[in-house]
Write a protein that binds this ligand. Structure first.
Ligand SMILES: [Zn+2]
Ligand SMILES: [Zn+2]
Length: 650
């Protein structure tokens, strides 16, 4: 039943290049096993796959041409991913099969930090079933079974899964354009086989500690017209320590989930009629506006001009910009009564460029920096949506800088200083920059690429911030920087980007008149700091566990009276505070003060002002800050002075 691969036997030896640049000849058709073995017995023991010219392959695969290779182990992220995939595809799937023989297996991919498996089963699996499934998985892993790869023809592989009544696998095979060489992975000593591109671990001995974390529903192929399947999520790591650390993060993350806090603090909601679009409540919208006001001030100081461009633009513009081609599936479109086709903008760039293009630009105007709080819409499958973190409608703090080649570096340095300072104002001290340079397929001249890359590299070196270099992972139109923030519980969030663009100015025909009086193409830099304001607010809520810095809080204080006799004084304090722009609420209800304090603490109002007869008679306020049990008394005037200082935007 095996199809042998046609090896070209003209060549006797191939040249293998190792990650450190060392080269060695191996017999034509050598395998990852042979190579690992030639390095050391300990590497052979740890080896789980091989990367050949950037693509991950099984150790058993024959190598038939000169190649750059690297042997993967659980110490690499790629190795970890292969382990997680094998765990779901070979162990979780088999455990389900053992426990529920009539289960139909769908797919088992990896996700960040873990994996899931989708399956079709009459019985509905709950979180209570997970320990039993884990137990079955551990039994399977303890066999240490080897995994063997075989290639089958389309006909044979379809027959194989048809006989097993695995209708979802058969569906995948029948719909595949591939005609031969379907790879299958057999678990030795069992009748279990998985259909997969691979790679898989060579044996179950390499599986690390794992935990199943949750269950959910998911449509087959993510399409709501298809059947709803069940999904089990899990996580797996190379050792117990890593697993424990990650489970702690999960637990912490759940406590500070922005969706729950958004409700608790009355900030926003979502509803079915607008999937992935936020209904902002007054308090949430105030936070949103506070962010915009903050950014406006910073941008102003940095010499940006703010613009606003249409949300609905003729399809032809999206054609010219190339977005329709590359991004069309994610765009919302509309046809009007007069049969014109429009698209709702998924990005602000083409609109922003129109502002630069209007009229004749002189080199004296450069760098020309235009910023826009632009609302964009992108279609995302409903299964991918997640609170504020993943939406279909969001606002970017976008800006475009048009400059000369000579100005790239100076502008990038200014830009990156601005970005890192802003993150510090929000309490993010741990920042990592990811730098991606030229990919093989690209547009633009090598001279401009050289200049752009040099500018970005010099910039990150000057910043004193740790950075990573992702070789060859830049966009086809230019190199980029990505800013990754670490939050209070150690999770990383990619927020800001600086992207040099050698493509759009060409496609949309941007020019300026240089000092010689000739037309010249400007270089365009796209940048965003928060990225999406919606998502950034989600990150802030989780980072601060809902206890936002005072200046960002929509309501700074609430007045809670002890007895009705103080109502007049309380109302005076209320007016005075609000007149001083200290946004304050008042609670005159006939409730016990302890009850009021608990309730306002639950809504995370930062300052609770307690007013009783003692305060009234001394023109004072008793202050209880969120998270503290102490009550401190201030003369009203002093309290206003101090608080005015504290709520000031940085
Ligand atoms: Zn697989
Ligand atoms: Zn842009």
């Amino acid at each position: 039943m095996e199809e042998s691969l046609n090896l070209n036997m003209n060549k006797e030896y191939i040249k293998i290049t190792f990650p450190d640049g060392r080269k060695q000849d191996f017999k034509y058709g050598t395998t990852g096993y042979d190579i690992a073995k030639s390095i050391s017995p300990s590497l052979l023991k740890k080896a789980i796959a091989i990367e050949i010219d950037g693509s991950e392959q099984d150790l058993c695969e024959n190598i038939s041409s000169d190649a750059n290779i690297s042997i993967l182990t659980l110490n690499d992220n790629k190795g970890l991913s292969i382990m997680r995939h094998t765990l779901t595809a070979q162990v979780l799937a088999k455990a389900l099969k053992n426990l529920y023989p009539n289960v139909k297996l769908a797919i088992g991919p990896v996700i960040e930090n873990g994996f899931y498996y989708d399956f079709d089963l009459d019985k509905s699996i709950t979180i209570q079933d997970l320990p039993m499934i884990e137990k079955e998985m551990k039994k399977i892993i303890s066999s240490g079974n080897e995994i063997e790869k075989k290639y089958l023809s389309k006909e044979k592989v379809a027959d194989l899964f048809r006989n097993k009544e695995e209708t979802y696998k058969v569906d995948i095979i029948e719909r595949s354009e591939q005609q031969s060489n379907f790879s299958t992975y057999y678990q030795k000593n069992t009748d279990f086989v998985d259909l997969c591109y691979g790679p898989h671990l060579p044996s179950l001995k390499h599986i690390g500690p794992f935990k199943l974390t949750k269950v959910a529903g998911a449509y087959w192929k993510g399409d709501s017209k298809n059947k709803m399947l069940q999904r089990i999520y899990g996580t797996a790591w190379k050792n117990q320590d890593d697993l424990k650390k990650y489970l702690n993060i999960l637990e912490e993350a759940e406590k500070r989930d922005h969706r729950a806090l958004g409700k608790q603090l009355d900030l926003f909601h979502f509803q079915e009629e607008a999937p992935g679009a936020v209904f902002w409540h007054p308090k949430g919208w105030t936070i949103f506006q506070n962010l915009i006001n903050y950014m406006r001030k910073k941008q102003d100081e940095a010499g940006y001009l703010e613009i606003n461009t249409p949300e609905i633009l003729d399809k032809s513009l999206w054609q010219r910009s190339g977005h329709l081609d590359k991004f069309g599936d994610n765009m919302f479109t509309t046809i009007t009564e007069d049969k014109k086709e429009y698209a709702i903008k998924p990005m602000n760039c083409p609109g922003g460029i129109q502002v630069f293009r209007k009229g004749l630009r002189s080199y004296r105007e450069l760098p020309y920096k235009i910023a826009e709080f632009g609302k964009v819409h992108r279609y995302e499958p409903s299964g991918a949506l997640h609170g504020l973190m993943r939406v279909r409608a969001f606002t970017q703090d976008d800006a475009h800088i048009f400059c000369t080649e000579q100005q790239i570096e100076e502008e990038c340095i200014k830009l990156c200083n601005l970005i890192t300072n802003i993150y510090k104002d929000f309490g993010f001290d741990q920042i990592v920059i990811k730098y991606s340079d030229r990919p093989e397929k690209r547009v633009g001249s090598d001279t401009v690429w050289d200049k752009s890359e040099e500018a970005l590299l010099n910039t990150i070196k000057s910043l004193n911030v740790p950075y990573e270099i992702n070789s060859g992972e830049g966009a086809f139109y230019g190199p980029k920087l990505e800013f990754v923030l670490r939050d209070a519980i150690g999770r990383d969030w990619q927020c800001g980007t600086v992207q040099i663009d050698l493509n759009l100015p060409e496609r949309l025909d941007c020019n300026f008149i240089n000092s010689e009086g000739n037309k010249e193409r400007p270089v365009m830099i796209h940048r965003a700091l928060f990225g999406s304001l919606e998502r950034f607010i989600g990150i802030l809520i989780e980072h601060y566990s809902g206890n936002l810095p005072l200046w960002l809080c929509p309501v700074k204080a609430v007045i809670a009276t002890v007895t009705e006799k103080c109502n007049d004084y309380a109302k005076n304090v209320y007016d005075l505070l609000n007149n001083n722009n200290i946004k304050t609420e008042i609670d005159l209800r006939n409730e016990k003060i302890g009850y009021k304090v608990r309730e306002h603490s639950h809504s995370k109002i930062p300052i609770i002002i307690i007013i009783g007869e003692k305060e009234k008679s001394s023109n004072a306020v008793a202050i209880r800050k969120l998270g503290s049990k102490n009550v401190e008394t201030f003369i009203l005037e002093d309290f206003i002075k101090i608080t005015k200082n504290q709520i000031e935007q940085p």
